[in-house]
Design a protein around this ligand. Structure first.
Ligand code: SAH
Length: 394
């Protein structure tokens, strides 16, 4: 097992907290509390229960990030809340706007760790790609985030706040998103190594009195943390699952995704098979396959991939993702004709395959490009205009 996998925990994994760090610890972060937890907190302040509902609506429905804006709450209570808790902990360091309308936010946590979120406008709905960890402990050779290593797991509140910040920036504070919002847990980090906070954030975001983004609008991508795939299968109200493959055999997958040494393909495919059995009629399940020029994109590898999925009777579709290049990653995207040929072979063997269009490559916002980079050729936008439907590229 790679060393970094063992170090993953819900805490900052370096030395014990220094005094300075303790001072930086925020008080209770209310954006990460469920309605029940918020009620308990409000009760502990000696306040009536309806105040908890007001605060929850202020934070999650109106997407207010400060108590000062919650003018329906008496001043004294706002002061009490500020003394005992915090409404927001992330700060936006920089924002980048892609030629295709995609926005990347580089934020930092209260203790100075980078968090990246991507807003991807689409014609019928918007997709927000959130991060589950600051950095990532997995060492996938084709992914820029791997170069950061794991900095720390994000809390539930830090996950929820990313979505609040992205929606507010795109549409304005308290403005209802004009299109539906889909979420993908495909930003920095391995969501299934931060499972509890991930699921907690997903539950909070599903609240009808809050953001109201339900789990069937959420897709979580894993590099193959087998026990959590099995656990997800047992959760009734769960997000969709995507599993990143990148290789059709253990030899190549060990090289590209070292997590494969811990959970090799037969174990991963077994867990995917069990997950498939638990699928509800309207539930989907996908595999992702990054296409690396001359590495994993041959006709023979397409046949191997089809045989692997067919052997395990897996009916999930395959999303082919042309590699998003970034210095110093040693890969190039497969040429379009190669991707097409790979796709045709999969389809000839009964596998549904789709080619994903990269979004936000020019601002290092595409899959595998999140590495807290500030210097890039992109335009840094100091004052973003609200996202407009007519200016969207698909
Ligand atoms: N750790 C999770 C989620 C983050 S990566 C996982 O591995 O699934 C999200 C997706 O981006 C994965 O499918 C991953 O294989 C893909 N990816 C990573 N680096 C990429 C790159 N440089 N170009 C294209 N896709 C990449």
């Amino acid at each position: 097992m790679p060393k970094a996998l063992r170090t993953c925990s819900n805490h900052v994994h370096d030395s014990p907290l220094s005094d300075a760090r303790i001072q930086l610890m925020p008080s209770l972060h209310l954006a990460g509390l469920s309605p029940t937890e918020l009620s308990e907190f409000v009760e502990s302040l000696g306040e009536p229960a309806y105040r908890a509902r007001q605060i929850f609506a202020g934070l999650q429905h109106r997407r207010l990030r400060s108590f000062a804006e919650m003018t329906d709450i008496p001043k004294e209570l706002r002061a009490k809340l500020s003394a005992r808790s915090t409404s927001s902990t992330l700060t936006v360091e920089s924002r980048y706007l892609s030629a295709d309308g995609t926005r990347r936010y580089l934020m930092k946590t209260h203790d100075n760790f980078p968090v990246e979120t991507v807003f991807i406008p689409e014609e019928r709905r918007d997709t927000i790609c959130f991060s589950s960890q600051s950095g990532c402990p997995l060492q996938c050779t084709f992914c820029l985030t791997a170069q950061l290593g794991l900095l720390r797991n994000l809390t539930g509140g830090e996950i929820v706040e990313q979505i609040i910040i992205a929606l507010n920036d795109a549409y304005g504070v308290s403005v209802k998103a004009p299109r539906g919002t889909n979420l993908v847990g495909m930003g920095a980090g391995e969501p299934f190594l931060n499972f509890e906070f991930l699921m907690k954030a997903i539950r909070i975001m599903a609240e009808p009195g809050g953001l109201y983004i339900v789990p069937r609008r959420v897709t979580v991508s894993t590099a193959g943390v087998v026990p959590r795939i099995r656990e997800l299968a047992t959760i009734p109200d769960r997000p969709h699952l995507a599993v990143s493959l990148a290789a059709p055999n253990d030899e190549l997958r060990n090289e590209l995704m070292p997590i494969n040494k811990k959970w090799p393909l037969h174990e991963l495919m077994g867990a995917c098979g069990d997950f498939q059995k638990a699928l509800k009629p309207d539930e989907r399940f996908t595999f992702e396959y990054v296409m690396l020029d001359g590495v994993n994109d041959s006709d023979e590898q397409a046949r191997q991939l089809a045989n692997l999925l067919n052997r395990h009777e897996l009916r999930a579709k395959v999303n082919l993702i042309p590699h998003n290049p970034a210095e110093p990653l040693p890969y190039q995207p497969s040429p379009a004709a190669r991707v097409e040929s790979f796709k045709e072979i999969l389809e000839s063997k009964g596998i549904h395959a789709f080619v994903r269009q990269p979004r936000g490559r020019d601002i290092l916002a595409a899959c595998g490009q999140l590495a807290a980079r500030t210097a890039n050729p992109a335009q840094t936008v100091s004052d973003f205009a609200p996202a407009k439907v007519e200016s969207l590229a698909i």
